[in-house]
Write a protein that binds this ligand. Structure first.
Ligand code: FE2
Length: 395
């Protein structure tokens, strides 16, 4: 088994492959008020507020806050005027993921290769440099509003340094004092890195985007769940999972499928201006019980799992050959989901939407050998999602 355990990928390996992904450089969210959103993600999910770029650091048209936890870097960006493209996007989609950026050895070469492979440019290479080093980035358009940036770094800006608190980019300043950073040190949530991220696309477009990841970013197909596997009486989706060449990152792509009631994928699209986008980010932890306990204590709003789920879950996992070593009672009390495949089992739990629109949410996942995504939990997940949809009057 070589897959997700390989993340984070070794950073020192030189390769001639321009699309070799060294790491997830950062995930950029466009949000209405980055200053306030930063406090939300710090307080509820335990991210440290590390650096800022805004009016005080010489930026005139936007403000960005870098939040970090483990090897996760979230960049929250708000526009400061109507000319900034984020203004229009936030009006259309609300808060959400704009860019999933990958660190590469040479951003320009990665960008050129992606264009040669058929990508459409989102923005051309830009290099920011000062006496400390340089950051070069360039972006291609993925599904809907999503962009994938390629980022290459030199000097103090190198990824190894960034991981130790080094500068993110020119015009970013460290945040010296922030009460939640101290609190997080004493009460860690244990989120380590981005395990996978899921994109929702329009009905009939899944295969188009599977081909796009295969040909443009040179990903390969990881798993395939068909409609029959994961549909419930009321909801349905189709999903295929794409993985980068080095298995660093996995991207399941969902499209809505026919069901008696409205698919959760369709609900997402309807509240996202019928535009594809990132549905959830899954953060990896080594200790699901600890992470979920701490996140719940901080007030994270997780999906409610029906009680009946725990009547059959242990037997289901056992049938696949695994004993769940975590305390079963605690798993149930915390409302954590369990699933298994032929390689092992996993524990996972999904938050409710992170903003008023039923769009982006987070997943907290712990793998005990399993490399899948919780297929066996789709039914339970859908049933609890449907309760939520019903409450919102969107069924
Ligand atoms: Fe997931």
């Amino acid at each position: 088994m070589t897959t997700a355990s390989a993340n984070p990928a070794p950073t020192g390996t030189k390769t001639t492959d321009p699309l070799h992904l060294i790491d997830v450089d950062h995930v950029r969210l466009y949000v209405g008020n980055a200053k306030q959103a930063a406090v939300f993600y710090a307080a509820t999910f335990g991210f440290d507020l590390q650096q800022v770029a805004d009016l005080t650091t010489g930026i005139r048209d936007h403000a960005s806050y870098l939040l970090t936890q483990g090897n996760i870097r979230l960049l929250l960006t708000s526009p400061l005027n109507t000319d900034h493209p984020a203004t229009d996007e936030i009006a259309k989609y609300g808060d959400g993921v704009k860019d999933v950026a990958f660190t590469v050895f040479d951003a320009e070469k990665a960008y050129e290769r992606a264009l040669k492979n058929g990508a459409e440019s989102a923005y051309e290479p830009i290099t920011s440099s000062d006496s400390r080093g340089s950051v070069t980035r360039a972006g291609v358009k993925a599904s809907g509003r999503v962009v994938h940036s390629f980022v290459s770094r030199t000097g103090d800006y190198e990824l190894t340094n960034l991981k130790k608190g080094g500068p993110f980019n020119t015009k970013f300043q460290p945040i010296e004092h922030f009460a939640w950073n101290d609190y997080n040190k004493q009460h860690p949530c244990g989120l380590k890195y981005l395990d996978h991220l899921v994109c929702n696309v329009e009905e009939g477009k899944m295969n188009h985007w599977v081909d796009w990841y295969e040909h443009v970013l040179e990903f390969t197909m990881f798993k395939h769940f068909d409609d029959h596997d994961i549909s419930t009486e009321y909801s349905a989706l189709m999903s295929k999972v794409m993985a980068s060449g080095n298995q660093l990152i996995k991207i399941p792509i969902n499209e809505p499928a026919a069901g008696k009631k409205k698919s959760q994928i369709l609900e997402y699209l309807e509240w996202h201006n019928m535009t594809p986008g990132v549905q959830h980010l899954a953060f990896r932890t080594d200790d699901e019980l600890h992470s979920v306990t701490e996140l719940r204590r901080r007030g994270v709003d997780f999906l409610t799992i029906p009680d009946e789920y725990y009547n059959s879950v242990w037997e289901r996992v056992k049938k696949q050959g695994w004993d769940v070593k975590e305390d079963h009672e605690k798993v149930r009390d915390l409302g954590i989901l369990v699933d298994a495949d032929d390689e092992g089992y996993l524990l996972q739990l999904f938050t409710k939407p992170l903003q008023d629109r039923p769009t982006l949410f987070f997943e907290i996942i712990c793998r005990r050998g399993s490399q899948s995504f919780g297929k066996g939990n789709f039914k339970a997940l859908f049933e609890s999602l449907e309760l939520e949809q019903e409450r919102r009057g969107n069924l």
